[in-house]
Design a protein around this ligand. Structure first.
Ligand SMILES: [Fe+2]
Length: 384
């Protein structure tokens, strides 16, 4: 669309008072300019201004991967394998008044080169994406194609090579062909990695990840969240198990030291189409037992696979590791609620009925995050 054909009119700005903060709500409509100079206008939409980094208001974040799209009338289509997609979308629309931001961490619509399916997907999520920030990560179905610079040489993007994803969605990346970026939302810092490009030590992405994790002021933004499409942490997926593994090759090998050092609260992944939550785990070992409530000093990062947004489900391997605390072979999504700087609620909800199936809370003082834990601070020697 040519720039002069699109105009956005902000019709109304008024402050909504909360006890501590002014929050602006913007009402807007989109217009398409015709050749005769007249406009065709959309209906009215509205969104509220995001909280500033560190702001202490109520903040609710929805996270999932691998949703895709489906036809409401049940008709067949190419790439028709996301049966949970409409349920997930429905639950989010239903609860939209209680959602502030959405993070869809890769495998967005599974168009795989059939561009009309992007229109179908964006129409499906329009009620959500027109109202709250709809932030995306890149997955294999957005990016991978042989010989085009993707880390994996498979054909999962159907030749899109990330072009559609970076055109349809804005992300604040330095180079939008590389989908890693950080974004702040009130008390949250999100570090979003791009597993379709190399993340190992020595790469630009590794430097970005360390910078994103290390540069946040945890007193103001205590909730530090790492996200990526493929599982760089822990998963009991049977297809990893078949390779004798519980992650992408070279996944957590180098990154786990960063998560531990910078005390990442929760790491989220998609790609595996189910739900799984670990205990706080470091180097394959539970530093704390799995629980529904954590308080006191940081122990280790909790890893969560939340790839059951809609695409056909993945099975778990028969052997269960000690770190695998809660599993669900079903469609669902995660909702994080930060009530303040010391209380975070995690909920995993089923897409079929919106009910909470797993949950935990973290209660703590920011000073605990700043203190040293296992490998959490630079090592010292007698000489130092
Ligand atoms: Fe994927």
């Amino acid at each position: 669309m040519m720039h002069d054909e699109l105009s956005v009119v902000i019709e109304l700005i008024y402050p909504i008072l909360s006890s501590q903060y002014f929050m602006c709500r913007y009402t807007y409509k989109l217009g398409h300019k015709l050749f005769n100079g007249s406009y065709v206008w959309s209906g009215m939409y509205s969104f509220k201004a995001s909280p500033y980094p560190g702001q202490g208001s109520l903040q609710r974040v929805v996270i999932f991967g691998d949703m895709g799209k489906a036809e409401f009338d049940g008709s067949n289509e190419y790439n028709d394998f996301q049966p949970g997609s409409l349920n997930t979308t429905y639950q989010l629309v239903k609860d939209l008044k209680n959602i502030d931001i959405v993070l869809h961490i890769g495998d967005l619509c599974y168009a795989n080169g059939y561009l009309s399916q992007w229109d179908q997907f964006t129409a499906q999520i329009e009620p959500i994406a027109s109202t709250v920030p709809y932030m995306v990560g890149s997955g294999n179905h957005e990016r991978d194609w042989p010989g085009t610079g993707s880390f994996y040489g498979n054909m999962d993007s159907g030749g899109e090579c990330g072009v559609l994803a970076e055109t349809m969605f804005y992300v604040p990346a330095e180079n939008r062909a590389k989908f890693w970026y950080s974004t702040d939302y009130g008390m949250f810092r999100f570090c979003i990695a791009d597993t379709e490009h190399d993340w190992r030590p020595g790469t630009v992405q590794y430097k970005f990840i360390e910078h994103c994790l290390s540069s946040v002021d945890r007193e103001k933004q205590p909730w530090l969240i790492f996200l990526a499409h493929r599982v760089l942490g822990y998963s009991s997926a049977d297809f990893y198990g078949a390779e004798g593994s519980t992650e992408e090759p070279m996944g957590r090998e180098s990154l786990q030291e960063l998560w531990q050092k910078y005390k990442v609260d929760i790491a989220f992944y998609g790609h595996v189409h189910n739900y799984e939550r670990t205990c706080p785990v470091y180097q394959n070992t539970c530093v704390r037992n799995g629980s529904h409530h954590y308080s006191g000093p940081f122990g280790a990062t909790t890893h969560v696979v939340v790839g059951g947004g809609g695409a056909s489900l993945a099975d778990f391997a028969p052997v269960r590791a000690k770190w695998s605390y809660v599993r669900d072979h079903d469609y669902g999504f995660v909702k994080l609620t930060a009530f303040n700087h010391s209380t975070l609620l995690f909920e995993y909800k089923k897409s079929s009925n919106g009910r909470v199936h797993d949950h935990f809370t973290i209660s703590r003082d920011y000073r605990d995050i700043l203190a040293c834990t296992i490998d959490g601070c630079q090592g010292t020697t007698l000489a130092s």
